[in-house]
Design a protein around this ligand. Structure first.
Ligand SMILES: Nc1ncnc2c1ncn2[C@@H]1O[C@H](COP(=O)(O)OP(=O)(O)OP(=O)(O)O)[C@@H](O)[C@H]1O
Length: 536
């Protein structure tokens, strides 16, 4: 409100400046030097007031835009990280490209630009209204005879100015309209290039082993090619829009001169009056041309808002599907009439009914692509396509995927994930590492590193087991969580797991038949259904 108040005051000072101009120049051209000098202190006060207000206004605008950016980003982050929205954005039916860019860049730009353009718009409207009154009043009435008609146009200067500028705005909309979608595509392609570069960085070792430089170069060049092609459209539309703006900026003075002709013919123009009309004309013009001058900025803002609203729609939309998940406080895992489908409706697997009592140890097997991981996704609430229901104690369950996530930071943070690093005592952390055959890392618990790159895939899988030993879940789902380990380490981890968590309900997806001895039942999954065998 303070900023808007300052805008109003600024416009009022500009009106005073106009009045002062008229008095000053009329006095000057009457050669009254002493009276002219007497007017200078008033000018200095008005100038000081205007300068002070502008500086304060800019400072307040910056503070407000940063606060607004932070608030917006917090809201978007909360939505992005709720209800697995970040997962569905990458894997679901409705995807939105480059969420990182939308949250980091688009929101920052949106916050700064909407505030700046919004406040400028308020100032433009206030200026327009204030100086429209001045222009109407001092511009006078135009009267002439045309084909025998006596025509009288009150406030003709105001109408002349407004109509000519609005006409130019229409021409501009025609010339620069496609700029919005071109800008939208440009942001999309820029983000794609960044994501592709990030891919190379993340997978540098794999690419180097494959000798994939050529393929990567081709992929990045494709991204660059899309940027270049679209950039040409952006340039063409910007060029068209800028041509209209430049022609307008130079040509608009002719409109003022044309509007002054009746006053010149009537000998009704003093230099003071000219100066005041000129100032009012310029202010009305500046406020109306605000739209013209900011056309390209408004076009970019429109495309940013378009991207953000698309992101918002995808983030808040729930993935459609028929699988119902019901959390219960404790007890067995109940699966009823479960079928797993793809988003296009084709069947992945028929699971049917399955009850897994507390403390049971079930191994899930089946051919590659049979739907084992999808079954775990359905249990974790990440897959809803299909039908049927699942219920179990979801609060006290832990899922270990094949590829573990090891965040960058201290090893203790990576070990405690998703809890914070102070959640577990140092002794417990050390014991968990020892139990997962990672004793050599005990001394590095406080070392900061990109552990996801430093640790081998097998070590990362052992670290995931160490997390289990710390978190001690009641139900544990393992999705090929030991696939990168040698048989000895795999057996060691299962043995330690059952020794340290004897009550745990264990559901493992695994290919190694050697793991059967750690389970009491085996479920074999296929499109036709699921068969259960008792393991001795
Ligand atoms: N996000 C997805 N969109 C479309 N289809 C998918 C998606 N995720 C998995 N599928 C399909 O579902 C089927 C089952 O995949 P799933 O990963 O569950 O198999 P799996 O039995 O775990 O295989 P593997 O033993 O090779 O890991 C596959 O045909 C796969 O292509």
């Amino acid at each position: 409100m303070g900023i808007i108040g300052l805008s109003f005051l600024d416009v009022q000072v500009a009106v005073w400046f106009g009045k002062w101009d008229q008095t000053f120049f009329d006095t000057m051209f009457a050669y009254k030097v002493a009276a002219c000098i007497a007017l200078i202190p008033i000018y200095v006060v008005m100038m000081g007031l205007s300068a002070g207000m502008r500086v304060i206004q800019q400072y307040m605008t910056q503070v407000l835009s940063m606060r607004w950016r932070l608030w917006n980003t917090r809201v978007y982050l909360r939505k992005y990280l709720s209800d697995n929205a970040y997962y569905h954005l990458e894997h679901g039916e409705n995807r939105a490209d480059n969420p990182d860019q939308r949250i980091a860049d688009d929101l920052a730009q949106m916050s700064v630009w909407t505030l700046r353009l919004g406040l400028d718009a308020i100032q433009a409207v206030t200026t327009f209204l204030s100086f429209a009154v001045v222009l109407w009043t001092i511009g006078g009435t135009l009267s002439f005879v045309w084909h025998g008609w006596h025509i009288v146009i009150p406030g003709y200067m105001f109408f002349g100015t407004t109509i000519s500028i609005l006409l130019i705005s229409l021409v501009l909309e025609k010339a620069g309209g496609p700029l919005v979608s071109a800008n939208y595509r440009q942001q999309h392609y820029d983000a794609d290039l960044r994501a592709a570069l990030l891919d190379v960085r993340r997978n540098s070792e794999q690419i180097a082993f494959y000798g994939g430089e050529g393929a990567e170069h081709f992929r990045l060049s494709e991204c660059l090619h899309r940027i270049a092609t679209n950039w040409r459209s952006v340039l063409a539309y910007t060029w068209r829009a800028n041509t209209v703006v430049e022609l307008y900026t130079g040509g608009i003075n002719i409109v003022l001169w044309a509007l002054l002709i009746p006053k010149l013919l009537a000998h009704a123009l003093t230099f003071g009056l000219y100066s005041r009309i000129n100032s009012a004309f310029m202010n009305v013009r500046r406020s109306l041309q605000w739209f013209i001058e900011n056309y390209t900025d408004l076009a970019t803002l429109r495309s940013i808002l378009q991207r953000l609203s698309e992101f918002e729609r995808v983030v808040t939309g729930r993935p459609e599907g028929g699988i119902v998940r019901t959390p219960v406080e404790q007890g067995q895992i109940e699966i009823r009439d479960l079928v797993l489908d793809r988003a296009d409706g084709s069947r992945i697997a028929t699971v049917g009914d399955l009850t897994i009592p507390s403390g049971a140890r079930l191994m899930i097997a089946g051919a590659s692509g049979a739907g084992k991981s999808t079954l775990l996704r359905a249990l974790a609430g990440l897959w809803a396509c299909g039908a049927g229901s699942v219920s179990f104690n979801m609060r006290d369950a832990m899922f270990l995927p094949q590829r573990s996530y090891v965040p960058t930071g201290t090893l203790r943070q990576a070990l405690s994930y998703p809890a914070t690093s102070d959640r577990y005592e140092l002794d417990a952390c050390e014991a968990a590492l020892e139990a997962s055959n990672l004793g050599a890392l005990v001394s590095k618990l406080d070392h900061d590193a990109a552990w996801g790159d430093v640790l081998s895939p097998g070590e990362q899988q052992r670290l995931a087991f160490a997390r289990v030993f710390l978190a001690r879940p009641a139900t544990l789902f393992l999705d090929e969580a030991t696939s990168a380990l040698d048989e000895e380490n795999e057996a060691l981890l299962y043995t330690r797991l059952l020794a340290l968590l004897p009550e745990v309900t264990l559901i493992s997806v695994a290919h190694h038949s050697g793991l059967k001895r750690f389970h009491d039942h085996e479920a074999i999954l296929s499109t036709q259904g699921m068969t259960i065998q008792v393991l001795s």
